[in-house]
Design a binder for this molecule. Structure first.
Ligand code: ZN
Length: 492
């Protein structure tokens, strides 16, 4: 890995108009930092503020400590502090004392980044942002808050309060039933929630009706109503309490691994997800594959940091979705969320990806499958990766989206085992045309797909036998990387 920006390139950059002082505060001390996104030089203090904006808004590098790709050097040479500041001042209502959070997180700044990128690539500089269809998108993107500024890696995410835990539990109990109950409506969470609500209202009405129940059928009807109503209300309430209590932390080696990757520039924390860059890939580059990975249920998503980091070592860009604070992946696996991720990676970070894939562990893998069954699911995503996913509630039989899937299970996995019958059964849950690869880790268990455990919810996981955690994860990474990269030859 090259040590830093070469001295002759640094000399060119430093000679650009305005580059003798910090682009934000005007200080001329410690001018060894830059934002590659805007092609500007910064002092150490202001570079810290830029880091706080998140990598999708401003990508900060140290001229002396970080490596630079050829394209990043070109970007720094094509930019300049005066160039950027003059543009922002003349095209927006940005005053010289505007805080970085406002100065760089707005449509004018976004357009400047695209213009700078075009200048480097020798394409025409755009005069407006790429049009986004409909106001729904505007709402989605304008609501983006600046990302978590510093590396806050403690597992201190507060538990959800009891109300939101119960709402999660309610959604959870209704949600997995959907594909079984009404195949065609499986993607309509809201309809299912309404159905639940209607059942409750119906049950309450029947139970509270003042007319005496005289006939047997009336009594039965009322009894059924009371039982249904109680189940619908009490079940999620009990489960909600579990959701608060049974949250699992990530083992510290996984968190440490993530910290090291962040310090080495290989990982970044964004709002709602972590990015794992393949070696020598950074913003503005091209990758063959991106996988969006949804974490397991009630598990700190950083439990998957080490194993997904290894997957990124194999040349795959990995986005690890955070489901905090509820830790219910099905709540974040939505089309809007996926759209935001793709926008941030492709437009804001300028990364070109040849293929997008989704996947996950346990509930996360089910959530990914649920997402694929939605009617407006992007047609360019056709491959699915599932680690330790229960077979029964994951019925993709009628989905047109899944063209190829990888299913890895483990023989000592007692969490999904009761629902996972055999290869033929799994195969029956996928469309006949789907290229399905089924792998089984002999001796592996459910929690062994990440760094957490032991898992005792919803029941007790099995223990690994004749295989250690590292061996299990090595297999998981190997199979997943091989599956993901298997499409490459077709493209080249
Ligand atoms: Zn400064």
């Amino acid at each position: 890995m090259p040590a830093c920006m070469p001295a002759e390139d640094q000399a060119v950059v430093k000679a650009l108009p305005g580059n003798s002082k910090c682009a934000d505060c005007g200080s001329n001390a410690n001018l060894t930092w830059c934002s590659v996104s805007f092609g500007i030089l910064l002092c150490m203090e202001c570079s810290g503020r830029h880091r706080g904006l998140g990598v999708h808004i401003s990508f900060v590098r140290s001229l002396n400590l970080d490596s630079f790709s050829e394209k990043q050097v070109q970007t720094m040479k094509a930019g300049g502090n005066d160039e950027c500041n003059n543009y922002l001042l003349s095209h927006g209502s940005i005053a010289t004392d505007t805080p970085a959070s406002d100065k760089y997180n707005n449509p004018v700044a976004e357009l400047y980044k695209l213009r700078l990128k075009a200048r480097v690539e020798g394409t025409p500089e755009p005069t407006e942002l790429p049009s986004r269809s409909k106001s729904n998108d505007d709402k989605l993107f304008s609501s983006q808050k600046p990302v978590r500024g510093t590396l806050d890696l403690t597992n201190t995410t507060p538990s959800p309060n009891i109300v939101s835990a119960c709402v999660s539990a309610y959604n959870y109990t209704i949600w997995p039933l959907a594909p079984i109950m009404i195949d065609q409506l499986s993607h309509k969470h809201q309809i299912m929630s309404l159905f639940g609500l209607a059942s409750m209202v119906g049950a309450a009405t029947i139970a509270l009706t003042t007319r005496p129940a005289t006939t047997l059928s009336k009594v039965t009807e009322r009894l059924c109503g009371v039982v249904t109503g109680s189940l619908i209300l009490v079940g999620p309430a009990l489960m909600g309490r579990d959701f608060q209590r049974r949250r699992l932390a990530a083992f510290s080696p996984a968190v440490d691994d993530f910290t090291q990757r962040c310090l080495a520039g290989r990982s970044k924390r964004n709002l709602g997800y972590e990015v794992f860059f393949p070696p020598n890939v950074s913003i503005g580059d091209t990758v063959d594959h991106v996988i969006v990975f949804y974490p397991g249920m009630l598990v700190d998503h950083l439990a998957y940091a080490a194993v997904l980091g290894k997957l990124s070592d194999q040349g795959i860009l990995v986005l690890l979705v955070s489901a905090e604070p509820t830790r219910m992946a099905n709540q974040v696996a939505t089309l809007d969320h996926l759209k935001r991720l793709r926008h941030e990676i492709t437009t804001l970070m300028g990364i070109t990806a040849k293929e997008w894939i989704i996947g996950g562990h346990c509930l996360g893998g089910m959530a990914a499958a649920g997402l694929m069954q939605q009617r407006k699911f992007p047609t360019d995503i056709s491959r699915l990766v599932q680690w330790a996913v229960p077979g029964e509630p994951c019925n993709l039989r009628k989905s047109n989206s899944v063209q190829a899937a990888l299913r890895i299970s483990a023989s000592k996995d007692e969490i999904v085992k009761p629902l996972e019958i055999n290869d033929a059964h799994i195969r029956s849950k996928f469309p006949p045309t789907c290229i399905l690869q089924i792998e089984r880790i002999v001796g592996g268990n459910h929690a062994g797909f990440g760094h957490y455990g032991p898992q005792n919810f919803p029941w007790k996981d099995g223990e690994r036998q004749g295989i250690n955690l590292e061996q299990q994860q090595t297999k998981v990474v190997q199979w997943t990387a091989r599956f993901i990269k298997s499409l490459k030859s077709k493209d080249d």
